[in-house]
Design a protein around this ligand. Sequence first.
Ligand SMILES: CCOCCOc1ccc(-c2cn(C[C@@H]3NC[C@@H](O)[C@H]3O)nn2)cc1
Length: 448
Amino acid sequence: MTIFQFPQDFRWGTATASYQIEGAAQEGGRGVSIWDTFARTPGKVFNGDNGDVACDSYHRYEEDIELMKKLGINTYRFSIAWPRIIPDGDGEINREGLDFYHRFVDKLLEAGIEPFCTLYHWDLPQTLEDIGGWGNRRTVDAFVKYAEVIFKEFSGKINFWLTFNEPWCIAFLSNLLGIHAPGNKDLQTSINVAHGLLVAHGKAVQSFRRLGTTGQIGIAPNVCWAEPYSKSPEDQAACDRAIALNTDWFLDPIYKGSYPQFMVDWFEKAGATVPIQEGDMEIISQPIDLLGINYYTMGINRFNPEAGALQSEEVDMGLTKTDIGWPVESRGLYEFMHYLQKYGNVDVYITENGACINDDLENGKINDDRRIAYYEQHLTQIHRIINDGINLKGYMAWSLMDNFEWAEGYRMRFGLVHVDYRSLVRTPKESFYWYQNVIKNNWLETRI
Ligand SMILES: CCOCCOc1ccc(-c2cn(C[C@@H]3NC[C@@H](O)[C@H]3O)nn2)cc1
């Protein structure tokens, strides 16, 4: 057995997102989001599942906060649903939506839990998608207006802010691969979306500073760490492209004021260009205070000219997989965090990490040992990373509870707490109690 002690000020938390847990999709003045539309499009979401009810956290948030208190977390990452605040995307403010989040945030603060707020976690008002979504500058300006409403309302209550969750998913998973909403499958569209959200990010950071909003602000890319299947230069280049599209494509503009040229050249060969306007890169590269990093798995990749826009194919190496099919390999988190140092030793929070393990109730318990093993491996890497002097300041497990896992619907379960979607009864899993013990001790006791 080994004991890994964490820093005294290390933040322990969990993460969720509005569309995945709230439900009440037609309540409180909420408008329609692209995920309401996408989920109702036949064949897009497993079993035709949608977020109409989800975990009903809109009504059960006090019960959720009691679970957080029991878990012992001091930080809770959530997202605000833009369609609850400005239902048609760019028009009237919905006071009822603001009041809901005030009640929620006040309860969190009462419980001694730090709110860690994501402004955009994929639920774009449908009216803005109807005019071209993030590729239309009107959507960018509407986002800034929405962000300013939230900054003015919650400054002083919220001190940790993220503009966007997983920009690669927003741009490429959703507009090149078509797997998430709105489901486009076009390279130029996806590059336009990526650029639009980056400009929106930069403008929102400018507003954050101008309004004197309390706290720190950043963005949360999801990581793709890939290592070459062979020593061939082609396989290494295929890995470089896969890593860069999730990370450098977004963080180079933010930290360096320019896109990674080798990727710009790669896409130009495919006939796609970045729609940069005068002043965009200066706006995008507004200094930020922190980074959220979402890590789930890593890949062993090789060059394959038939393997999509990047010609980079992940090879199945026979590793243990979670129930969503992702290899369990915590080493990639350690390697990535050292890769990230090229942007400086910036303050980083792991804003998502977790395992899809679909164990169900057995005699009133959920013995999700595989999830415990996943967390033990990844928290061991977190300890190594901190010991290397990297400014890793906190960790939020994905997720507090089972919830709507996008195109996978409700069949894929990432929660520390089981949700019975018929009764909405919440049941802490064995991993909940394991994580509770880590938090209480502020140390990790490995079993080997
Ligand atoms: C067959 C081709 O496949 C291409 C890759 O397809 C995917 C799908 C899904 C993901 C994905 C899902 N998650 C978890 C979420 N993070 C945010 C939060 O809302 C969680 O629910 N992270 N990444 C990545 C890649």
